[in-house]
Write a protein that binds this ligand. Sequence first.
Ligand code: NIG
Ligand code: FE
Length: 402
Amino acid sequence: MSANAVWLNTKLATMVGEGYGKIDDGAIAVDQGRIAWLGSRGDLPAEYRKLPRHDCGGALITPGLIDCHTHLVYAGNRAAEFEQRLQGARYEDIARAGGGIQSTVTATRAASEDELLAQSAKRLSAMIAEGVTTIEIKSGYGLDLANELKILRTARRLAAHSSVEISTTFLGAHALPPEFAGRADDYIAEVCDHMLPSIAAEALADAVDAFCENIAFTPAQTARVFDAAKRFGLPVKLHADQLSDSSGAALAAQYGALSADHLECTSAESVRAMAQAGTVAVLLPGAYYFLRETRLPPIAELRAQRVPIAISTDCNPGTSPCTSLLLMLNMACTLFRMTPAEALAGVTRNAALALGLNDRGQLVAGMRADFALWDVRHPAELSYAFGANPCVARVFAGDRDD
Ligand code: NIG
Ligand code: FE
């Protein structure tokens, strides 16, 4: 259990309200891993004045960052495919020729659980070093029960070994495995009637995702996966409208999905459906950049409909081999024209919403004491600089990393 303490001599970006929710000379009192009180230092209640003090030296404190969409557990890499794409091959063509996701499936199936853990732990450490305290990790590179279980167990083991919370997502419907070639409906039946029940029985998934796309699964197949998830009481989310518009975001909204992710090709009509359903938009500027996409997600429409926008790395070997959530802040601004305040909300408050977690993502009394200390004067600097890491400390459930 964490030590109760007060954090002083800090500027706070609470992320409460529309902007940063700044408090200039702030203080945070932590009690049993939760924020007990926060506000201006001068208002610190007497009961907290006797607690041990951490002098933050003027550092900015934000909520711990939340990476709400990653495929962090995989083996190998796809540098060769990157070279092919630079010579003109398209992502879809490589996938149709049996490369792409399938090549990572081959490498991941071949890796032992310990190898997978070791390779993934390096990526996790890089994320943690940038102030991340909660990460979502999807399966989807196993595509059979044993290997999907191996990935999800690895994600759970990573959480047990690190000071980070990991939310797991079953993405069995990510691609069609070769043993089901030409039998996509049979594979969906395998996902719904065999894989998901076993994964749910071991409580290895906190949510269910699918890849709804012409190189992956149809809306009707996706709906079958969502129906199965409902039977097990699991929330759903969707890789939607990344390469083409199949009204995936509207389908996600129809199922009350936590989030619809990517959205480069999403229509205004689907955005309205998301707004009505309270489905969060998760934008992934790393994948947009790495695939050299030119069609932007419908940012203006998302804003107009007041759909919460989250930002994430999409950390994966094919479309976003990246562990830097800070770089995504910069890309959200430069590529998507989001404001630095919107970008920071995207990796804190709105990322928590995308995971259905209401105990984090803002600095508010009662929430988890997960926060990050930054050597910057203003929160906009977190989006402004790229390739730098101004994180000076990270606090997880009240405990400061050594
Ligand atoms: O989020 N779009 C589908 N899934 C991943 C990419 C997976 C891969 O290429 O390995 C994504 O972009
Ligand atoms: Fe993804």
